[in-house]
Design a protein around this ligand. Structure first.
Ligand code: NAP
Length: 544
């Protein structure tokens, strides 16, 4: 009986390193398809059932095949299918002894000199990218790390991006949290570098700065009516249900029967699911209280997901689409209004992206009238938004009432979410690529900024899941250490102890790891009382 990797695989490849028989693929840096693969897979022909992968997995996504039930059962086949037609030799395995790996010659392509002095590095941003960078520095060098975040709480997109009904994925936060109390880590929370204190000032107290500020802004369509009430970007909507202090509790109203989402990325699918799933499921999660209240009273029954291109170009991954098609009491349907999507899906060969929709029901959905009875998520391809139309309500504020498509279809809806990707904000003191919304860099070394490095979405744009940040952070840390070994970091001007004092001068109310632990205890205790993992504090004032 083999182990099986499930949908919530975070792809950080901790399991790959733990597997004694090399039966988990694709492997970062080794298999060409790692970057595009939605998840990793166990080769059941080779797995020796030792469970090392399950112990190593930070999100509990690896389980014994004989414990699978319900929709999870499909994953035994999905794991096996990945290896269909692959000879065992491709994994460096001998066909006569499938559990024996030909390890080949060990290669140590890089190591630090024995007299390498410990560095002090400031990591700005405590999301997955920043925490993987910190982990690499702490585990592979004797460096000290100061973690800085503009919010008074750590976690970045683990806390404010991962959907609340994906508790397995959220568990990676526990792995990162272990580092908060590491003896060589200090935390300074609630201080915005670039605003409260400059990058230059931080840089004077440390040997290097790693920018891990992510991509917090939502891309916008630029169509008329996009600024109406009830029109939000994907990141705003996700921030709303995850209790992000930047998004007010009343930013979303679910008082109309239809919502329109633009974009077919995994974020759009997360939003469609949160709007559609039985609210009782959400009641056991850490969904923000205001979002839970809104869902319990929600009028939304139909979520229309618009894609400007065909099903072959949809941006979702197979596991997330599969999860949507298994939502109890919610129909997933392809709106085949002009026959084009259906033709593409029918013509798709096994393995083509469009083939993912071959089992999904198809019909013409009248999105211009009132939604038919029942709950559904409608995928409509080849559809672009021309404008959002609304009028002022009793409170005087104009809100979305209709979304007009370029083909003239008028879709009545009270909510429009443009989930078309994230972009980073310009940060004072750092260069900025306005087109990509990123910090320009070469191999993680920020252009024109000495001893300054960048990781994650701030480096490469908003692509990839949590685990992709592990290899990305390792590459940037490698660049940083190369520079340190070559003497390119330059001398530190001030004592590292003075960093805390300098930050406290700018933000006397800065929080540290003890304060963070207090927030954690408060939220967990409130959660225990309600049978939930935590009840989130959702405003900066409450967190402070
Ligand atoms: P995304 O995957 O890049 O998808 C963006 C979507 O927006 C695409 O469908 C794109 O269509 C569409 N789009 C872009 N510009 C548009 C425009 N001007 N008009 C209409 N449509 C437009 O972005 P995301 O959903 O925000 O996800 C970001 C990353 O996070 C992804 O790598 C995603 O996989 C990852 N993520 C993963 C998970 C998970 O693993 N569970 C969950 C959430 C997010 P075109 O292709 O036509 O440009």
């Amino acid at each position: 009986m083999a182990f099986v990797i499930l949908q919530n695989c975070c792809k950080d490849a901790s399991c790959v390193a733990a597997c004694p028989v090399n039966c988990i693929h694709p492997v970062p840096g080794e298999d060409g398809d790692y970057d595009t693969a939605p998840m990793l897979y166990v080769d059941p022909r080779v797995c020796i059932d030792c469970g090392a992968c399950a112990d190593a997995c930070p999100v509990d996504a690896v389980v014994p095949a004989d414990t699978l039930s319900g929709p999870e059962l499909a994953y035994a086949e999905i794991n096996a299918e990945h290896y269909a037609g692959t000879p065992l030799e491709a994994s460096g395995l001998r066909p006569d002894r499938p559990t024996f790996r030909d390890w080949g010659r060990p290669s140590f392509d890089w190591s630090l000199p024995s007299d390498f002095a410990p560095l002090h590095v400031a990591v700005v941003g405590t999301g997955p990218a920043g925490m993987y960078a910190a982990e690499h520095l702490l585990l592979h060098t004797a460096s000290r790390v100061t973690l800085i975040d503009r919010l008074p709480v750590a976690g970045g997109l683990v806390r404010y991006g991962v959907a609340p009904d994906h508790p397995g994925t959220k568990r990676i936060g526990d792995t990162f949290a272990r580092l908060y109390s590491h003896p060589r880590v200090r935390m300074l929370l609630g201080v915005e570098v670039g605003t409260d204190v400059s990058f230059a000032e931080i840089g004077e107290h440390v040997d290097a700065v790693v920018v891990a500020t992510g991509a917090s802004e939502g891309r916008r369509l630029g169509v008329p009516g996009e600024d109406l009430g009830g029109s939000l970007s994907g990141p705003e909507f996700v921030g709303w249900y995850n209790g992000h202090p930047d998004v007010p509790a009343d930013a979303v109203r679910l008082d109309r029967e239809r919502a329109v989402l633009v974009g077919t990325g995994n974020v759009a699918l997360d939003i469609a699911r949160i709007l559609s799933v039985d609210p009782e499921v959400l009641a056991g999660t850490d969904l923000a209280d205001h979002a839970l209240a809104a869902r319990l009273e929600s009028a939304v029954r139909e979520v229309v997901v618009l894609s400007r291109r065909g099903p072959e170009h949809a941006a979702y991954t197979a596991p997330e689409l599969r999860a949507l098609s298994h939502l109890a009491g919610v129909e997933l349907v392809v709106d085949d209004h002009d026959g084009a999507a259906g033709a593409t899906i029918d013509a798709a060969a096994p393995g083509d992206h469009a083939a993912l929709l071959q089992g999904v029901p198809r019909r013409t959905v009248d999105v211009s009238g009132a939604p038919a009875p029942g709950r559904r998520i409608v995928l409509r391809f080849g559809a672009e938004v021309a404008e959002a139309v609304g009028s002022a309500g009793p409170d005087g504020a104009a809100r979305v009432e209709e979304v007009v498509l370029r083909d003239g279809t008028r879709v009545p809806a009270g909510l429009l979410v443009t989930s078309i990707g994230y972009r980073g904000r310009p940060i004072q003191g750092l260069p900025y690529d306005d087109e990509r919304g990123t910090v320009p860099n070469e191999h993680g070394r920020v252009d024109g900024a000495a001893a300054t490095y960048v990781v994650g979405w701030a480096k490469r744009g908003s692509s990839g899941g949590i685990g992709d940040n592990r290899t990305d952070a390792a590459a940037t840390v490698r660049t940083l250490l190369d520079d340190a070994v070559a003497g390119r970091l330059g001398p530190r001007k001030r004592s590292t102890r003075a960093l805390g004092r300098a930050v406290r001068r700018a933000r006397p109310d800065v929080l540290d790891a003890k304060d963070l632990a207090r927030i954690e205890r408060t939220e967990r205790a409130a959660g225990t009382a309600q049978g939930r993992p935590r009840v989130k504090l959702t405003t900066t004032a409450d967190l402070r």
